[in-house]
Structures are given as C-alpha cells and as structure tokens.
Design a binder for this molecule. Structure first.
Ligand SMILES: [Zn+2]
Ligand SMILES: [Zn+2]
Length: 672
C-alpha cells in the first residue's frame, strides 16, 4: 500500500504517516502540501516528505487517511527539502520547526494555489556603473578564486565600492542563466540598497523581508517558485528559505553581522553557514563581503578554505576617517562634562552644525543596563517576573506619567513620584540609553533637529525607511542611534561621528565582545566622510590605553585578528573549537537544580572536560522561569555529528527521569 510521511509544523520528533485519500487518483510527490487530520477534530496542513510503499511488517491500519492535496504540484522543491533536512540535523531541531520558519504563514493554512503561468521574461538590460580599476581587479580575482573554492571572502574597507562589484558579478551570473540571492543582515540596510539594485535590475528584482505581511511574503514565494519573475532576490536571512531554481550565486553582504544568526525560536541557524549549504545544493558560488570579517571567516580565508580578495582603497580616493580618542576619566575629573558629552565634543558638534553638516551619535544601548535608582536609599525597581531592573520610558504625551518597562517580558508600571521603599527620595534615571542621549543632545543644541533611531522608534513597517530618508534629505541634523545606524548606510553630509562611550561593549562577558567592539566601531566610523568630505570620528572612552583603540586608529583589522585568534586558541573557542549551548528552564528552582546537575554529571562522563559546569546566566529568571546553562566545546577536528548524537541521547534520557520532569531544554549549535 502507498503511504505518505508528512512534515507537520510542530516541534515534535518523529514522522507522521498517512494513507492516501480514497478519492486520490494520482501519486503525489514529495514537497506537495497535504491536509491531514490530527487529534480528534483538527485538520492541519503539512508537507509530503516522502511517498513510499508500506513495509512488510508495517501495520497500515493504524494510519489515518489524508484529507486532500490543495495543489497537484510541489511547493517545496527537492533542494529545499534537502536544505530542511540538513538544517534539522545540523541545528538539532525538528523538520517541523524548520517548516514553520521556512513557509509564509498563509501557506500553512488550507487554500489552493494556482500554478503560475510562464510569463514572458522581459530581459531588461540596464547599465550598471562601470567599475574602476580597483573594482575590476577585485571582480576578476573573485572569479578566478571561484575556480578553486566555491566560497570567496571579499575583504574591502568601508566605502571601497563593494556593492558595484556585487552588481557586476550578478549581471554576469544572469547572463549565464543563473539566479542570484543577495543577503543583507537587516531590514534597515535594504532601503538604500534596494533603490540601487532596482535601478539596475528593475522589475527583475525581488525583495523579501520580515516586515512584509504574510500575504506579501506568499506572493514573493510563489513568484520565486515559478522561476520566471526574478533574476535577483535581495532579502534578510529568511530569504534562504525561498524555493529557488537555477541558483548560481549567493552574496552574503556584511557577513560579520550578528543579525545573521537566528536566536529564537528554532531553527537557531546562521545565515552564513546555511547560505553555503544552499549554494552547494545548486553547485552555486558564495561571496562573503565585509570591511570587518568575522574571526572565523578570516581564519578560513587565510587557511585556504575560502578564497580571499581584498580592496584596500576607498572609492574615489576618499581617505579613511581620522579617529580621535577623548579621555572620559580626565574630562569628568576636570568637570568638563555636560551630561554624557565632553566639552570638546560639544564644541566639535557645534562647529559641524554651523557648517551645515550632519552628526551621527552612536550609543550601543537601547535601554537595558539603564535603570532608575533612589538617591536616598539606593532602591532600584525590578521586574516581578524576571531578575532584571526596569527601564524608564518617557511618556508619549507630556501630561502623561513615564513608565518603567521590563525589556525581557514587557511588564510595566507607572514611574513612582517618590521612592516606594523609603518614601523620601525621588528616583532618578541612572541610565545611558539612546533616549537619554537624544534628550541631552536636544538640550545642548536647541536649534538642531534631533532624532533617534533604534528598535523603539522603528516599529512600523516603513518607520526606519522614513527616518533614513529624512536624514538623507537633511531634514535631521543630529541622529542618535544604536547599532542600527552602523549598517552600511551612506549619507553625504555626515562629517562627524561620535561614539559616546566605547567601553561598555568591550567589557561584556562574551569571548566575541572584543571582536564585535572592533567591528561596530570600525563600521560606525565608516559612516563618516563620504562623498568628498573628510570624516572625523570622536570616541569617548574611560580606557584610552586599550589596545583595541590603537588598532582602530590605524584601521588595522589584521592586528586585532592576530591578537584574538591567539586567545581563541588558548581558551578553546571557535574557530579551533565548536560550541553547543544548552539552556534549561523550569518554573521550580529545585527541579531545575536536579535536572541541570544530573545532565552535567552525565555529560561530564561522556565528554569529559569538553562539558562546562552549570552556570546561572546574568539574568537568571525570565517570565517566571529559572534558567541554567551549559556549554560543550568540541574540537574542530572531531566529528561534530557524532558529538551531537551523543548529546541528544543524554538529553532524552534525563528528560525521562521523574525528578527532572518538565524541564525545558533548548539547544543552540554554534551560538553567537
Ligand atoms: Zn528610597
Ligand atoms: Zn520581566
């Protein structure tokens, strides 16, 4: 008897097998959608994983009958199916979780699709800008390097004109009949880039990102499935899940960016790794581009796993911005501070404003670590559900009270007028978030038009786009922002970039903190001095002796890398070791202690020193769930698959023990 194994969009292990509907007159194919009964009353949409004859000892009577197939053609291609299976196995999750991430929500409900007619493909050959000598050399070197290895790193300083190189490579690919996927880390980047790509590829460009509605995403999915509509798709990491045909080139722009890693929910994948797997399924090429490579990427490039092509000159003879350090400790001692601004910085900003220039102020904090405190008794209001202090948010209207908000769970209360603890003090904001900086900047420069760009101000679908356009049109003089403003934006009138406190991000308890600090500061510096104006960067810090700043002043990535790679080796981190993070959560602290310690003991037995001790994370309780963590470090030379198999077995075992019951376990392969 013919039966079908079906993938359902849940985090449940194992396959779901069904019989074909009585009425079915044809044999379905893998990748087709199918409606199947589940439980007593539910009908759910799944994807046919495989169609097969039942085994000799298989009792087909226990299988229920599938309801029907909404279409008679697959909506998941064979390459996608292989990618899903690779992701489930590599990132230790279920196929159902991959399916949930991969398909637009509207394709996960019952509604038939019509196959797309072959529309006449109108080939629009518009001209890209001609490449200069340096860009042409890079393009040729990339093509040569691809003859040796499918992945190439283009390491080009900020403003070296990498985008034009990508465009020419894409055009070449299209001429050969291949399709191109152009990945960008975040939606904020797509605005300016999309305009540029649109001017070259016209209607043959598809755009895919998470701010689109499900309906819009479905439309693009269908267009890609048809194989005729687009030559180039630009999108964020989820566009890796589109049903490409004839994919010839995958570009991963700003490959070092942490937004390429999906944190929650599963699959917790990295788009750079997944892009290379996707490309290999098509025999396609991958190009990683950045001014500040991830340490792992540069390591692979130096060791021949990837090709390496460099661009050391800024476009049109621009100089790299000059970086000036400003000693905060001294400024505080000499009382030369206005809020968080040192007086020399205030003077420099005023000069720029007087000259009709724009200023970017960078503060790598939206709100957390920002808190309020009673000056009398030291009381700090905390969240009732999480072990974290609340952050003050200014009112939307001036006559409304401020609110204190938990950034982890959203819990909020009105800000108290007097301290609820001692009844005497008036709690004050000790914070140092973007909101505070915006407020101070407006007070210091009352005539300037000040705006803020962070996740709080860019909620709406077009909010970030409008903000960027307003800044580009010079309707804003000072833009205060988080990391979001570092990402490849080009503004012609920005002559000064100031980093208000560079230390905080270097002191995080994370082995990547130093690397990331360098990347963020170099990228944000790169926003200064484009299109004919010499750029200046002022970096306020309490730690002027930190060697990182010396590297930064020389734009010396290689020196930063050399130092980091030694440390990674000594302390057993990537690229020499691979990490798997394990997070355990439980409502009851005692059960969590038992479960985490039991698992730790078993893992120590299997993995020895490769398993860390159980730790309590910095925020040890979120939404009333207590949290414990463990990390495995596996030698890069050992079998990763085997280690994962052994780990999965131990977890399954511990889950079945009665005292550990109800412990939630999440795995993060290659955590960031
Ligand atoms: Zn108090
Ligand atoms: Zn909370």
């Amino acid at each position: 008897m013919t039966v079908i194994d079906v993938i359902l969009p849940f985090a449940v292990e194992g396959s779901f097998t069904y019989r074909l509907p009585e009425s079915c007159e044809y044999c379905p194919q893998s990748g087709q959608r199918v409606l199947v009964p589940l439980g007593k009353k539910k009908i759910v949409t799944g994807i046919v994983e495989s169609v097969r004859e039942s085994g000799e000892n298989e009792d087909t009577n226990v299988y229920r009958e599938a309801v029907r197939f909404p279409e008679d053609f697959p909506i998941v291609t064979s390459q996608q199916m292989r990618l899903w299976k690779w992701m489930a196995s590599y990132y230790m999750c279920t196929l159902g979780e991959v399916m949930r991430a991969a398909l637009p929500a509207t394709l996960r409900v019952d509604k038939g699709l019509k196959p797309r007619k072959k529309s006449e493909s109108v080939v629009e050959t518009r001209l890209a800008h001609p490449l200069n000598e340096e860009q042409l050399r890079a393009k040729n070197e990339i093509e040569n390097a691809w003859n040796k290895t499918p992945t190439v790193l283009l390491f080009g300083v900020t403003s070296s004109g990498k985008t034009e190189v990508y465009i020419h490579l894409a055009q070449e690919q299209i001429r050969q009949g291949g399709k191109v996927l152009y990945l960008v880390p975040e939606i904020a980047l797509t605005t300016q880039l999309t305009d540029r790509l649109r001017s070259v590829f016209g209607e043959r460009l598809g755009v895919y990102h998470s701010r689109f509605t499900d309906r819009e995403r479905e439309e693009i999915y269908k267009n890609v499935l048809s194989g005729h509509k687009y030559d180039v798709v630009i999108g964020v990491r989820s566009s890796l899940f589109l049903p490409f045909r004839n994919l010839g080139l995958v570009i991963v722009d700003e490959e070092h960016d942490t937004s390429y890693k999906q944190q929650d929910p599963a699959p917790r994948y990295h788009a750079r790794t997944t892009a290379q797997m996707l490309a290999s399924l098509f025999g396609a090429k991958t190009l990683l581009g950045t001014a500040t490579p991830a340490v792992e990427t540069y390591y692979n490039a130096l060791n021949g796993k990837y090709g390496l092509v460099e661009m050391k000159q800024r476009y049109a003879g621009l100089k790299l911005p000059a970086i000036h350090l400003l000693d905060l400790q001294r400024a505080y001692k000499q009382k030369k501070m206005e809020g968080h601004f040192s007086l020399p910085l205030v003077v420099r900003i005023q000069e720029q404003l007087d000259a009709g220039k724009q200023v970017l102020l960078f503060q790598n904090r939206r709100g957390y670590n920002s808190y309020i405190e009673c000056p009398e008794c030291g009381y700090i209001p905390k969240c009732i559900n999480c072990d974290i202090s609340l952050t003050e948010h200014k009112p939307v209207a001036p006559d409304m009270p401020s609110r204190l908000v938990c950034h982890y769970c959203g819990y909020s209360i009105p800000a108290p007028a007097v301290c609820p603890e001692c009844g005497k003090g008036v709690p004050v904001d000790r914070g140092f978030g973007t909101e505070k900086i915006e407020e101070e900047a407006q007070q210091l420069f009352p005539d300037a038009r000040v705006a803020r760009m962070d996740t709080d101000t860019t909620h709406g679908k077009d909010a970030h786009e409008k903000l960027i356009r307003r800044f580009a049109d010079h309707e804003i003089d000072i833009l205060v922002g988080t990391q979001m403003i570092t990402k490849g934006l080009h503004f012609k009138d920005v002559s000064l970039v100031a980093i208000l406190k560079a230390d905080a991000m270097l002191n995080l308890p994370d082995f990547r903190a130093y690397e990331r600090g360098y990347q963020i500061l170099e990228q944000v510096s790169g926003r200064a001095g484009r299109a004919g104006t010499e750029g200046h960067v002022i970096l306020q810090t309490s730690d002027v002796e930190n060697p990182l700043f010396a590297y930064l002043k020389q734009h010396n990535y290689e020196a930063m890398y050399a130092e980091q790679v030694e440390q990674r080796k000594a302390f057993r981190y990537p690229p020499f070791y691979r990490l798997i993070g394990l997070t355990m959560r439980h409502r009851e602290q005692s059960r969590l202690e038992t479960a985490s310690r039991t698992l730790q003991d078993r893992l120590k037995h299997v993995f020895g020193a490769r398993c860390s001790a159980v730790i309590v994370p910095a925020v040890g309780r979120v939404q009333n769930l207590y949290i414990r963590q463990l990390t495995l470090k596996i030698e890069a030379t050992a079998s990763y698959a085997k280690a994962k198999e052994m780990l999965a077995r131990e977890i399954e075992y511990v889950k079945t023990l009665p005292p550990c019951k109800g412990t939630l376990m999440t795995l993060d392969v290659d955590p960031m």
